[in-house]
Design a protein around this ligand. Sequence first.
Ligand code: MG
Length: 494
Amino acid sequence: MITNPVVKELSEKYHTIWGLQSAGSLLQWDLEVNLPSAAAESRGVVLAELELLHQREMSSLYPLIDKAVSLKDELNDVESGIARVLDHAKKFYSKVPAQFIEEIQKITPKATVAWRTARKNSDFKSFLPYLEQIVALEIKIADKLGYEDHRYSALLDLWEEDFSVRDADRLFPSLVSNLRGLLSKVEKDGRFKADHALAKMKYDNAAMERVDRRVCELLEMPADRFRMDVSTHPFTSKITRDDVRITTRFEGFDFARSVFSTIHESGHALYELQINKALDYTPVAEAASYGFHESQSRFWENVIGRSRAFISLLRPILVEELPFTRQFNEDDLFHYFNGVSPSLIRVDADELTYNIHIAIRYEIEKGLIGEKIKPSELPSVWQEKFEEYLGIRPKEDTEGALQDIHWSNAQIGYFPSYTLGNVIAGMLWHVAKSEIDLDGKTRSRDFAEIKAWLYEKVHKHGSIYSPKELSTKTFGEAYSPDKLIEYLSAKYLA
Ligand code: MG
């Protein structure tokens, strides 16, 4: 697989960085799942030291990276993938001063703790000083990285290689107008009303945890390489290819949120668990991008998880563990899981309005990084945009600008990945129609075959190809939202 001597040496030397990253992931997972709140500051110091070590190790590879890049035409796909991925990382670590990297690592654990308290008390002002520091730092980082069209593009590229404001400005406006058109048709049609009786029913957390564990078993998540814990904001963490962890959440009511968080994160986990083992410990043993990552979670959550076929497998589990579901049949569950209505909370948004939430965040982040919006203006900007796009206004910041963890983690530029994920999941649905009987396979619990199909389409490649190349390779075209609209129309207007 790797025969070129330069890339071979590069890959061997990369092992140290791989080890540092894996240790960092475990510490990050622990920060979200177990950390005593007083330890936020010292954990920030630990993470900063690790990241600085990462930067120093990277810098020792620069001459080899340059050499590998110059050999481009002599390299096979895996080798040129390694050169591309490391060159992209080099761009970050060579341009961003160590001092900024240290500052980001130190502030984010404190900001996360402050955000959690601010969110609980709906107190935006107590989070504002952290947000101001993070936005100011991200602006400085973007300026060091450089950009062509807009400063925000420099940050977008960190999450989705080669994705820019130009791409996003092409994607969002037409997507949003199509979605709003669909939304008004579906609302008029009236079959998919939100506000189902099941959403208000309370559950016992222990019973809910049993449901979530049984869902993981149903999806045949490998028990010896996978675990599930609990955190405020569900997420997936890869420590190594054989140690992939998800978290879920319990709120005591509206059990669909917990079930679909579990399915969503399992979709992320499956991607990591299924990257070609032969790529282990190399720079390309990673997902192609965060957009591709979200495509896997959304595919499992929405295309499979919310289908009638999957509900036929889920209902027997629900009936056993959550007795109040007994009086509801499969059709009731289907409508409960797929109800549509403009709402305030992104993670609970239905498939039709979800990307409108992202479009709003995209505009806000572009404004923050372009210095058109000040962090202190967020609560009012948030209100105006929700009114404009969805006709609703949050009463409190907990339902508005304080709802997401991303800004406290300095993940500015991440949000568009969610929409790319939905767009790619729509493209996968479209290819699936002619290649694999998703409904039949789901109904007969043949998930192995669906996983094998996803392995061929996406998983096995790791990040050998850039996200744009992988899109062309898998779908014969660049990201295009048409298939997502086609999928949603087929589902909601059939
Ligand atoms: Mg996700």
